[in-house]
Design a protein around this ligand. Structure first.
Ligand code: GUN
Length: 288
């Protein structure tokens, strides 16, 4: 039997409706402040999508584009201004930053209560520790857990193998799976035999940025596969000349897996839904 497809688009729409409902019960509009440094088209697209999603769910957003060559001091001053602004409940600094900006120092300047990306070192530290809870959890990893939970996948006691150890996805998803009592293995560029690891996994999260790298014979029958990868590959049959594929060879792996997320339409839509959720939570906390 082919794998069940986990419909991230549908689940994200469900969450957005929940967010809109929570917003309608507040006596104010939750506000998201975004900062983008430079002219990367991918970053501009992501931030535009975040603003559109805010508008659709009743949140207000304040956009702060800064030039590519801006001094770090100016970025931090803007963050401090947003920290003090009562209309702003969440702050998002789009990554990556240009080289003159130290990512750790910039992200460390965000008020942990407004850190809706969950990237502040205190929030990541709390995520890593037993019996501690961060103010917010990073959006893509949180979206992966939400996909598992809303698809009734048990995490407790399962073998989870994560491919990738990035600060944005691989590391925090590992910590979250650990918090949910999975037995966690992290694979990375120094892992000699990734397939040997994934073959024992009940849950595989692929966040390694390599098109269709995970093959059918890497997968244990019935495993749940979460594909975080978004890779563009040339495709002459497409009008755009390319198509998006994940880190998993979906077509082939569908034959052995129990469940699988598609690309696009799997994890992608969840990231923005989780950002909205974090932002409305931050706003609710200010009136509790
Ligand atoms: N760049 C790539 N992913 C993300 C994300 O989730 N948040 C931010 N702020 N920047 C990113």
């Amino acid at each position: 039997m082919p794998a069940e497809i986990i419909d991230g688009k549908r689940i994200a729409a469900e969450i957005r409706a929940e967010v809109a409902n929570r917003v309608s019960r507040l006596n104010m509009s939750p506000g998201l402040g975004t900062i983008i440094v430079g002219n990367r088209t991918d970053s501009a697209t992501y931030v535009r999508m975040k603003h559109k999603a805010c508008e659709e769910c009743g949140l207000v957003s304040f956009h702060h584009p800064l030039p590519e060559d801006v001094e770090q001091k100016t970025v931090i001053e803007l963050i401090q201004k947003l920290n003090a602004d009562e209309r702003v409940h969440g702050i998002l600094v789009q990554l990556p930053l240009p080289k003159q900006c130290n990512e750790e120092q910039v992200l460390g300047a965000v008020d942990i209560n407004k850190d809706v990306d969950g990237f502040h070192p205190v929030n990541i530290g709390r995520l890593a520790m037993k019996n501690r809870e961060p103010m917010h959890v990073p959006c893509t990893p949180k979206g992966c857990i939400e996909l598992l939970k809303r698809s009734n996948v048990q995490i407790h006691g399962k073998e989870a193998v994560i491919l990738g150890r990035s600060n944005i996805v691989g590391l925090p998803i590992s910590l979250l799976l650990l918090k949910n009592n999975a037995t966690v293995t992290i694979c990375h560029s120094g892992t000699p035999d990734m397939a040997a690891q994934t073959k024992k996994a009940d849950i595989v999260v692929a966040a390694i940025g390599s098109a269709a790298m995970v093959k059918k014979d890497w997968i244990k029958p019935g495993a749940v596969l979460i594909d975080v990868g978004i890779n563009s590959v040339p495709d002459e049959t497409s009008k755009r000349g390319y198509r998006l594929v994940g880190d998993i060879d979906t077509k082939a792996c569908e034959e052995v897996a129990g469940m699988i997320t598609p690309v696009p339409g799997g994890v992608g839509p969840m990231t923005i839904a989780m950002l909205l959720q974090n932002c409305v939570t931050a706003a609710e906390r200010t009136v509790e």
